[in-house]
Ligand binder design. Structure first.
Ligand code: AR6
Length: 231
């Protein structure tokens, strides 16, 4: 019930009379193309142990800030389970602030299988990355690198070797990537959030002044990178 995804199938109706198969399949493709959509996980709230309450506040604040810059594009916060605390908190706050539910909504599913398993086409997905921009390490980072194939690591290295907390880097998937061919994802945007886990690099030692600033920066960088890709 998390989804309010709508498919636009209206163009297909027009491709009836005597058109070449080429034109027809092109129109079918257009009819299947949903609005530009960024699916993103909640940055820093699992392995990096950032406060869910503070993160929910920042997500909604940043989504609101970017609403006017989106055009017909959409933002979707994704998490794995229906019991996700962060999804329910964000949903409640977004409703409170009257944020348009067609331009921003939450969705339960694996971010690497949104199209194949959830029927939600997202041309861009965000990754909660590590500073080395390396595969593995668990969480959504491991899932995305594994689903994208080795081409993502190569393409990422061509863009950047590391990332500072609060920053994002967009990477275009190579044409061979299963994430592109199966899910329709053209870009992955790596985001490094603030870290409140003493076992991980760049530990902030509970400094939420700095942490909130960095998480805000992380979402600004993410949404800005998405807008640059789709406009
Ligand atoms: N699909 C959708 N959401 C997911 C998935 C998935 N496949 N997997 C996890 N989530 P985390 P962080 C959600 O820990 O806190 C890594 O080891 C999860 O429920 O992935 O920013 C990196 O290498 C949570 O809501 O990211 C870094 O070292 C959200 O994604 C470190 O973890 C983020 O959880 C980053 O930690």
């Amino acid at each position: 019930e998390e989804s309010s995804c709508t498919m636009s199938r209206n163009v297909a109706m027009e491709s009836e009379k005597g058109e070449s198969p080429g034109i027809r399949s092109l129109k079918d493709k257009i009819s299947q193309s949903d609005p530009p959509t960024l699916a993103f996980p909640s940055i820093s709230t699992s392995d990096f142990k950032f406060s869910h309450e503070k993160a929910a506040e920042i997500i909604v604040e940043k989504v609101e800030e970017f609403m006017d810059k989106l055009g017909n594009a959409r933002l979707v916060l994704v998490d794995l389970s229906h019991g996700s605390k962060i999804l329910s908190m964000v949903k409640a706050k977004a409703t409170e602030k009257n944020i348009s539910s067609t331009k921003f909504f939450t969705f339960v599913g694996d971010i690497t299988k949104l199209n194949s398993e959830g029927g939600l086409r997202c041309n861009v997905i965000a990754n909660a990355a590590n500073w080395r921009l390396k595969p593995g390490g668990g969480g959504v980072n491991a899932a995305i690198f594994s689903a994208a194939g080795s081409g993502l690591e190569v393409a990422t290295k061509q863009q950047a070797n590391s990332l500072q907390p609060g920053n994002a880097v967009a990477v275009q998937l190579p044409s061979t990537s299963p994430l592109l061919n199966r899910e329709g994802v053209t870009h992955v945007i790596h985001v490094l959030g603030p870290n409140m886990n003493p076992q991980r690099p760049n530990y902030l030692n509970n400094d939420y002044d700095e942490g909130c600033k960095l998480l805000g920066n992380a979402y600004s960088s993410l949404f800005q990178a998405f807008i640059s890709i789709v406009q």
